[in-house]
Design a protein around this ligand. Structure first.
Ligand SMILES: [Fe+2]
Ligand SMILES: [Fe+2]
Length: 197
C-alpha cells in the first residue's frame, strides 16, 4: 500500500472505537418486541462483527502493544476474553431466535463485550496513543483495513442480507439498512478478484 495512503488512513485506535460503537448501536435494536427473524439477523450481525473485530485486534493491534505493554493485565486478559466471547457466539448461533434463551445469550454476550470494550477504551487505546506516533497509528489503521477486506469478502453477501433484515425490522433506519446492503454487495463484486498483497 502506498505510504501516502497509509498516512491518510484513520488511526487504528479510531477504527477500534468505531467498531465498538457500531456493535452497540446494532445491539440497541435487539429488543423484546422484534420478530424472531429480525432478532436472528441482528444477533448474526453482532456476532460476525465481533468475530472480525477480535481477529483484527489479535492479528494487528495486540501484537503492536506487546512491544511495550506485555505485562499490562488488561492486555493479558484480552485474548482469553475473546475466546469466551467466541464460545457464546457459537451458543447463540445454535439457539432458535424464538426462544427466550436466545435473548438471554445475546444479553450475556453483550454484558461481557461492554466490560471488555470499557477496558480497551480506558486502558489500551489511550496507551497506544501515548506510546505510538500518529504515523504508526495510521499505518496500523491501513493494515487493519486491508485485513478487514480479506475477512469480509467471503461473507459479504451474508453480512449484507443480515444487515438489511435486521435494520428493516427496526422502526428507525430502514434506509441505512438498504444503503449498507448495497455497499456490502458492491464490496462482494470487488472481491471476486483475488486479493493482492
Ligand atoms: Fe478486544
Ligand atoms: Fe475491541
Amino acid at each position: 500500500m502506498p505510504s501516502l495512503l497509509k498516512r491518510a488512513s484513520p488511526t487504528i485506535t479510531d477504527m477500534i472505537r468505531f467498531d465498538h460503537s457500531h456493535t452497540l448501536i446494532t445491539y440497541h435494536q435487539y429488543t423484546a418486541d422484534k420478530m424472531s427473524v429480525t432478532k436472528r439477523s441482528l444477533a448474526e450481525t453482532i456476532c460476525a462483527a465481533l468475530e472480525i473485530h477480535a481477529t483484527l485486534e489479535e492479528e494487528i493491534f495486540y501484537p503492536a502493544l506487546q512491544a511495550f505493554a506485555a505485562s499490562e493485565p488488561v492486555l493479558q486478559k484480552s485474548e482469553p476474553e475473546h475466546q469466551a466471547m467466541r464460545a457464546l457466539i457459537a451458543q447463540i448461533r445454535s439457539t432458535d431466535a424464538s426462544l427466550p434463551l436466545h435473548a438471554e445469550l445475546v444479553h450475556k454476550l453483550m454484558q461481557e463485550v461492554i466490560h471488555h470494550v470499557a477496558d480497551e477504551e480506558a486502558v489500551l487505546l489511550p496507551m497506544a496513543e501515548q506510546r505510538l506516533s500518529k504515523q504508526q497509528l495510521c499505518e496500523l489503521g491501513a493494515e487493519m483495513t486491508k485485513r478487514r477486506m480479506e475477512l469480509v469478502a467471503p461473507q459479504a453477501g451474508k453480512l449484507a442480507v443480515n444487515t438489511f433484515v435486521g435494520m428493516s425490522g427496526s422502526t428507525v433506519v430502514k434506509t441505512i439498512g438498504a444503503i449498507a446492503a448495497v455497499a456490502a454487495l458492491g464490496m462482494l463484486g470487488q472481491h471476486k478478484r483475488p486479493v493482492k498483497s
